[in-house]
Write a protein that binds this ligand. Structure first.
Ligand code: AR6
Length: 171
């Protein structure tokens, strides 16, 4: 049974074994948490993402999928990149968002990670309501076997998001 917790903060400073990036299908960087992660990791992260595009996912990473790279300049060991559903493009199926958390945990287990930090995937540019993201995230994490993972941490930017996740965890 993993500990599941939420903290206010910046995911790029987390020392969990893995952190999750709310990326886009192209995997070549962007704004928000994706931009912060690439800036903190340095240019080798972009190069590693280009390798993923040349090999495993030539057409881009599908919504709800996850793939890992090394973390380079970041204090964690791996970055697990996932692509949340974009409400502005009509991607409103909660199963797609749940899949981001489930597949990221699958990848973390495959890597042998003991701890993982998630941002509020799709709660920014992709336009999902924080309360929906929190409910779906907590449910997906709780229902995942996550064997070997001791700690799942939600790292939230801002007080409102933090409160919303805290109440989802209390529920
Ligand atoms: N640490 C933790 N959370 C953060 C950080 C940070 N350093 N920076 C932002 N957030 P978003 P999305 C929060 O827009 O909605 C990118 O351009 C932010 O406040 O980063 O999945 C990608 O390339 C919000 O609560 O991700 C895609 O194109 C949450 O992280 C697109 O945005 C997610 O916001 C993905 O959109």
């Amino acid at each position: 049974m993993s500990t599941i917790e939420s903290v206010r903060g910046d995911i790029t400073t987390q020392t969990t074994d893995a952190i999750v990036n709310a990326a886009n299908s192209g995997l070549l960087g962007g704004g928000g948490v994706d931009g912060a992660i690439h800036a903190a990791a340095g240019p080798r992260l972009l190069e590693a993402c280009r390798v993923v595009r040349r090999t495993t996912w030539p057409d881009g990473l599908p919504v709800g999928e996850a793939v890992a790279t090394e973390a380079f300049g970041l204090p964690c060991r791996w970055v697990i990149h996932t692509v949340g559903p974009n409400r502005h493009r009509g991607q409103t199926d909660p199963a797609l968002l749940a899949s981001c958390f489930t597949r990221s945990l699958d990848v973390a287990v495959e890597l042998g990670a003991r701890s993982i930090a998630f941002p509020a995937i799709s709660a920014g540019v992709y336009g999902w309501e924080p309360v929906d993201v929190a409910r779906i995230a907590v449910q997906a994490v709780r229902s995942h076997p996550a064997s070997g993972i001791d700690l799942v941490r939600f790292v939230l930017f801002g007080d409102n998001l933090y409160r919303v996740f805290e109440s989802a965890l209390e529920g």
